[in-house]
Write a protein that binds this ligand. Structure first.
Ligand code: NAD
Ligand code: UDP
Length: 323
């Protein structure tokens, strides 16, 4: 059945791929974005499709649309982006959630929240199952994002319990792939950009911290399955790749795959940087029959090919957050 689907943050890295998938499936797709961390070029190839519409709007402000489903992805996701204006980050998560839940309630739409592994903070339980309540510092520099997303989860659960809003919560673990913002400061984009431009690879700390990297196509498949899954399974559900790598291993792999002649240098570890992170995806496997299919090496090869194809001067380097 053709559905009217709203994707907030639809011009971003994940949102633009989600829009592409949904447009290809024939749905009527509305992409809503304020372009804080993205640009129109991410969706320009969709603009002439009759089933795609682009709205420049900020989710912290109310908007009235008639839709059947809402994917709520609007939020800066990279540490440098979400710490640029931390108060705005909290507003985007919390007021954005309230506005989208209000729309879902009014239209009787189903709404999915793009939550994050950051709700687990610096985890004391490893790997992280959905039942783990996390270890988040509410006062640190990452709190605007972590606590904003936690509050959004609370709102989703309360609208569901109190107003019977049909909703889903997905906790996304580190995801990478073509169309990541090359200057978002995230580890995959930094390492690839540095390797391809002959700069030193910057490892924060000693590089022993771990992350689990999910290729964007696997991720998008997972969230679509969650949206379309049974109504009695609202989540939260972890969507991520359980393959766990140290940041040093990632740096070495990027150097190998790019063939770059670059050095590794060490910089201080940022405050509250989680020491390790790996999703327990048992629930997604059981309930959604979902698991990632793209190994890190293969996903990195595709991502490196995309980075080679872009002109970096078309992207704005980050404004320093003391500006
Ligand atoms: P992204 O920064 O590329 O995309 C976010 C989009 O939201 C951008 O297009 C941005 O302009 C838009 N946006 C930000 N604030 C907005 C506002 N107030 N109003 C309207 N639009 C706004 O990041 P992404 O990696 O594509 O992340 C998408 C979602 O997935 C985010 O909610 C993020 O928290 C979540 N997530 C991503 C990852 C990851 O590894 N990529 C991990 C966990 C969670
Ligand atoms: N990191 C790094 N060098 C960089 C960028 C990031 O060593 O140039 C580290 C960072 O300290 C963290 C990990 O890589 O331990 C992942 O960082 P990212 O910002 O990609 O995501 P998050 O910390 O939110 O998982």
């Amino acid at each position: 059945m053709i559905k009217r689907i709203l994707v907030t943050g639809g011009a971003g890295f994940l949102g633009s791929h989600l829009c592409e998938r949904l447009v290809d499936e024939g749905h009527d797709v509305i992409c809503l974005d304020n372009f804080f961390t993205s640009q129109k070029t991410n969706v320009s190839h969709l603009l002439d499709k009759p089933n795609f519409e682009l709205i420049r709007h900020d989710v912290t402000l109310p908007i009235f649309l008639e839709v059947d489903e809402i994917y709520n992805l609007a939020c800066p996701a990279a540490p440098g982006h979400y710490q640029y204006n931390p108060i705005k980050t909290v507003k985007t998560s919390v007021m954005g959630a309230i506005n989208m839940l209000g729309m879902a309630k009014r239209c009787g739409a189903k709404v999915l929240q793009a939550s994050t592994s950051e709700v687990y903070g610096n985890p004391e339980v490893h790997p992280q199952p959905e039942t783990y309540n996390g270890n988040v510092n509410p006062l640190g520099p990452r709190a605007c994002y972590d606590e904003g997303k936690r509050a959004a989860e609370t709102l989703f659960m309360d609208y569901h319990r109190m107003n019977k809003v049909n909703m889903r919560i997905v906790r996304i673990f580190n995801t990478y792939g073509p169309r990541m913002h090359p200057y978002d400061g995230r580890v995959v984009s930094n390492f690839i950009r540095q390797a391809l431009t002959g700069q030193d690879i910057t490892i924060f700390g000693d590089g022993s911290q771990t992350r689990s990297f999910c290729y964007r196509d696997d991720l998008v498949e997972g969230i679509i399955r969650m949206m379309n899954g049974p109504d009695d399974f609202v989540g939260p559900v972890n969507i991520g790749n359980p393959g766990e790598f140290t940041i040093r291993e990632l740096a070495e792999l990027v150097i190998e795959l790019t063939g770059a002649d670059v050095k590794i240098v060490h910089q201080p570890l940022p405050a509250d940087d989680p020491a390790r992170r790996r999703p327990d995806i048992t629930l997604a496997q059981q309930k959604l029959d979902w698991q990632p299919t793209v190994p890190l090496r293969e996903g990195l090869e595709k991502t490196i090919a995309w980075f080679k194809s872009i002109d970096l001067s078309h992207y704005r380097p980050p404004t320093p957050n003391y500006a």
